[in-house]
Design a protein around this ligand. Structure first.
Ligand SMILES: Cc1ncc(COP(=O)(O)O)c(C=O)c1O
Length: 371
């Protein structure tokens, strides 16, 4: 039998790892803390009964394009819908990165580097400023000026650090990217929790794209829908890379219904408001704990540093709370990430973290009279 020769770039790439736990309190994937309203689900199911399942879906998910355009204030022609924004990231790497390079700030969303490696795109990470996690604009400009122009990606708000990227810093790096011929992507997965976005920096520039998702503030993580916003010209090029009919009738109907119905629109607003309030409470509570550094966040998650990420992670797991370890990422030694859940979930998580820290501290304190 012939020996199979797989591509070394794939063989050498790390697998995207994610362990699913059975614990009730799931604060590891930055999902919305609540499900979409029951009435919306019923309406989705009713609409699905009316659709012909043997037919391929609308090629460009046009109704969804229009609804997203109306909601987000963009031209429908400049929106490309896909089955998850991570699929669009892969397509953007194919469009602009292959045989060239990817520049990203780091630490960042691990998928950027992992997908680049898989596709044989040379990835270059520029460290964020430690602690404040601000963009190092001179270092990014140098990277953009000295590498073969390809794809430049910045998550704003930043992930997994959670901070806001100030508009002036973003403008500086986007201008540098334009000057040196890069395609820039502002990944706005968490923008709704902040309210600030980069659309004004993107409008009118063929070489800039915003990426958004329905997986977070819209509460549709299970539906798998993301979209790119940019100029119609560039999105036409991106759509060539995308496989046809990749957004199923189920996805289109679910997302259209959620965007149309008042119940889900109001639920989204409430979710965003409640998350912001709870997030600030969680940050304050973490900051009151000894030996914890909780970083500022404008998202639905909080990054925090503890003396032992492994110990706190496992103690929380035993208490029924799933956090996400981030201590494998550059500069994030000792760091964990907690998604903002319901009030009860947050309280349980904070309690589990505090108990773990007390145990850690007790274990370290020399006990008097020990033999
Ligand atoms: C920064 C960032 N971008 C993109 C995504 C992926 O979004 P989607 O669910 O649309 O693939 C995530 C998911 O966690 C994320 O954190």
């Amino acid at each position: 039998m012939a020996r199979m020769r797989l591509k070394p770039s794939v063989l050498n790439a790390a697998k995207y790892t994610f362990t699913r736990h059975d614990q009730d309190i799931k604060l590891d994937q930055n999902e919305a803390f609540d499900d979409v309203p029951e009435r919306v689900k019923i309406a989705v199911l009713a609409r699905l009964r009316e659709v012909a399942w043997q037919r391929y879906p609308n090629l460009r998910a046009e109704r969804l394009q229009e609804l997203l355009a109306q909601r987000d204030g963009w031209d429908a022609e400049g929106i490309l819908v896909s089955n998850g924004s991570n699929v669009l990231l892969q397509n953007l790497l194919i469009l602009a990165g292959i045989d060239r390079s990817l520049v990203i700030p780091e630490p960042t969303f691990s998928l950027y580097r992992q997908q680049a490696q898989m596709l044989g795109v040379e990835a270059h990470g520029v460290p964020l400023k430690p602690g404040s996690w601000e963009l190092d604009t001179p270092a990014i400009t140098t990277a953009l000026a000295t590498r073969p122009a390809g794809l430049f990606v910045v998550p704003a708000p930043a992930a997994p650090t959670g901070n806001r990227i100030p508009t002036d810093a973003l403008q500086t790096v986007l201008d540098a990217a334009s000057e040196y011929g890069w395609l820039s992507v502002v990944d706005e997965a968490y923008w709704a929790y902040d309210g600030q976005h980069a659309l004004d920096l993107i409008r009118g520039h063929d070489d800039r794209i915003a990426l958004r998702t329905l997986s977070k503030a819209d509460g549709l993580g299970g539906v798998r829908l993301g979209y790119a916003m940019g100029s119609p010209t560039t999105l036409t090029e991106l759509s060539k890379v995308q496989l046809p009919f990749n957004v199923s009738i189920f996805q289109q109907v679910a997302a259209e219904t959620a965007l149309e119905m008042t119940e889900s629109v109001q639920a989204r607003e409430h979710r965003i408001e409640a998350t912001r309030e709870a997030r600030d409470h969680v940050i304050a509570a973490l900051r009151r704990m000894p030996n914890v550094t909780a970083y500022d966040s404008v998202t639905n998650f909080v990054l925090f540093k503890v003396p032992s990420a492994a110990a706190v992670y496992h103690d929380a797991l035993k208490a029924g709370v799933v956090l996400r370890r981030q201590d494998h990422l550059p500069q994030l030694e000792g760091c964990l990430r907690m998604t903002i859940g319901t009030e009860t979930e947050n309280a349980c998580a904070l309690d589990a973290i505090e108990r773990s820290l007390v145990t850690l501290n007790d274990d370290r304190t020399p006990r008097g009279g020990a033999a």
